[in-house]
Write a protein that binds this ligand. Structure first.
Ligand code: FDA
Ligand code: NAP
Length: 450
């Protein structure tokens, strides 16, 4: 293995999705960076270029949040990286406002992210998967001022070793399949949808199924119904029918930056109330417009007596068997009875995601990271992992903090503020280490982000 060793960075970010893209901008805009030497930051992303859930960029899919909850605005409304600046740069500001709609398409939001990324490309290296974080070989815990990261070149080049005083892990959600179901060329998870779709002949798909009752399931069901006019489309729902995503104003407050404090400082019963009352703002729920569209299509087919969109409600997939080129799916109804077979040419599991879990990346370092009674990582308010005193370097999480910081952990809603808080913490730690009392004092006194 040929290994190239880099200098020591103040901060290395693992993954370059919207969260760490927002952090890179926050570090660049930080007032303290103007007062002292700029923070030396590097980000490593395993994809060959920037991409945000590319396999779900379905043509008409819209964002689930306001365009104002972009990479920066809630931290710094005057930032040049705002969605409004993007629209202005593209010459579309007036046209966008004429729509009188807070929710851009996901394709346009992707363009925005790429536009912002193009100004930050000097800090990110693509085709680079971080495979391990460790104490530098030979270093004794408690004395080491940095961590070492091993970075695998996914394009086949040399492995790199990089040193960092702080690490920000932001590797995203993990696709979740039902137990015992294995993905293959005809059994897909929604996270790989457009890639898989691009590799099949649509005419071959005469019967398809979509599992789940969340936003991904509804969007893929709609897509199949539109793109496969010759096919039978089966929606397999664990519920009785699709439920609406609550984005009414009072409920939407759970995504406000202040709600993070209420969650973080709240008693276990308060945290439990967030989930009990407001899970339906995000999980297993669908936009009102998509529900109405699917219901109208279903009704129109009833009227025309030409049914090809079929619902199997109160049902789960028990198993999937290979059957020639197709697949035999066994559906277990919650009403009881024997599992019923369904023959399909392809099946998509829109069965959601598990939250980010840094355990695997942390490897041996995990033994310095403290956990709560339920075995989950303890995390400080500034998103730094709570560690034993011997581990002096900072390891921060962007994602995987639903148990400590609440519902925004895996979402875009709070990334501008969250990445500002992480930047504050990293810069404050450096100012303290380098004994720049003026900067450390001003940060301590609350003069933080721009
Ligand atoms: P994200 O998953 O975007 O990025 C993580 C990055 O890390 C990836 O680019 C990955 O390749 C990289 N990576 C992983 N492991 C690595 C390693 N070992 N080394 C290097 N790189 C590594 N939320 C919301 O608020 N509004 C919305 O409209 C939507 N829409 C939406 C649509 C779809 C289809 C999904 C699945 C999810 C959403 N979400 C959402 C939620 C979603 O989590 C959120 O939009 C962001 O993707 C969160 O950004 P992150 O950067 O944290 O993760
Ligand atoms: P999700 O909301 O977690 O929904 C997963 C669905 O699969 C739920 O209905 C779940 O039912 C069901 N399910 C899980 N296991 C199952 C099984 N074994 N059999 C049958 N059903 C099963 O996942 P998602 O729809 O992918 O959404 C994830 C996130 O992405 C959300 O934040 C969402 O807003 C976002 N998203 C956004 C867009 C967009 O911006 N346009 C598009 C897609 C997704 P239970 O609830 O009973 O577990």
């Amino acid at each position: 293995m040929s290994v190239h060793e880099d200098p020591t960075y103040d901060v290395v970010g693992i993954g370059f999705g919207p969260s760490n893209l927002s952090l890179s901008i926050s570090l660049e805009e930080h007032r303290a960076n103007v007062l002292t030497d700029p923070v030396k930051a590097a980000f490593f992303e395993r994809q060959p270029s920037f991409g945000w859930h590319r396999n779900m960029l379905l043509p008409s899919a819209t964002m689930q949040i306001s365009f104002l909850k972009d990479l920066v605005t809630f931290r710094n409304p005057a930032s040049r990286f705002s969605y409004v600046s993007f629209l202005h740069a593209k010459g579309r500001l007036a046209q966008f406002v004429n729509r009188k709609d807070f929710f851009p398409t996901r394709q346009e939001f992707h363009q925005y992210l790429e536009w912002a990324e193009s100004s930050m490309s000097n800090v990110v290296t693509y085709s680079s998967a971080v495979s391990a974080i460790r104490l530098p070989p030979g270093d004794v815990p408690g004395t080491s001022e940095h961590l070492q990261l091993e970075i695998r070149d996914t394009a086949g080049g040399a492995t790199r070793l990089v040193n960092a005083r702080n690490v920000v892990i932001s590797t995203g959600l993990q696709p979740r399949m039902p137990d015992g179901v294995v993905r293959d060329e005809r059994v897909w998870h929604s996270s790989e949808f457009l890639d898989r779709w691009g590799r099949v002949e649509p005419e071959e798909l005469k019967s398809v199924a979509v599992v789940g009752a969340g936003q991904s399931a509804a969007e893929i069901t709609k897509f199949f119904h539109e793109r496969l006019p010759h096919a039978q489309v089966h929606a397999i729902l664990p519920s009785y029918g699709y439920s609406v995503a609550d984005d009414t104003p009072f409920a939407n407050q759970v995504f406000d930056a202040d709600a993070v404090d209420d969650y973080y400082d709240g008693a276990e019963s308060a945290r439990d109330a967030f989930w009990r009352y407001h899970r339906n703002t995000n999980y297993g729920v669908v936009d009102d417009a998509d529900i109405r569209y699917l219901y109208q299509v279903t009704y129109d087919e009833d009227v025309a007596e030409a049914k090809r969109l079929h619902y199997h409600n109160l049902s789960k997939v028990q198993s999937v068997e290979v059957d020639g080129r197709g697949r035999k799916v066994f559906l277990k109804s919650l009403r009881g009875g024997k599992p019923q077979p369904l023959d399909v040419d392809a099946i998509v599991f829109a069965t959601g995601y598990a939250g980010m879990d840094p355990t695997h990346l942390l490897g041996d370092l995990d033994r310095y990271c403290l956990r709560d009674e339920a075995g989950r990582h303890r995390v400080e308010r500034n998103y730094r992992l709570v560690t034993t005193p011997e581990l002096t370097c900072g390891i921060y999480l962007q994602g995987g903090t639903e148990h400590t910081h609440g519902l925004t952990s895996s979402l875009l809603s709070n990334i501008a503020v969250r990445s500002g808080e992480i930047a504050d913490s990293i810069i404050q730690r450096r100012a303290e280490r380098e004994l720049v009392p003026a900067v450390a004092g001003r940060l301590e006194a609350g003069e933080k982000r721009l």
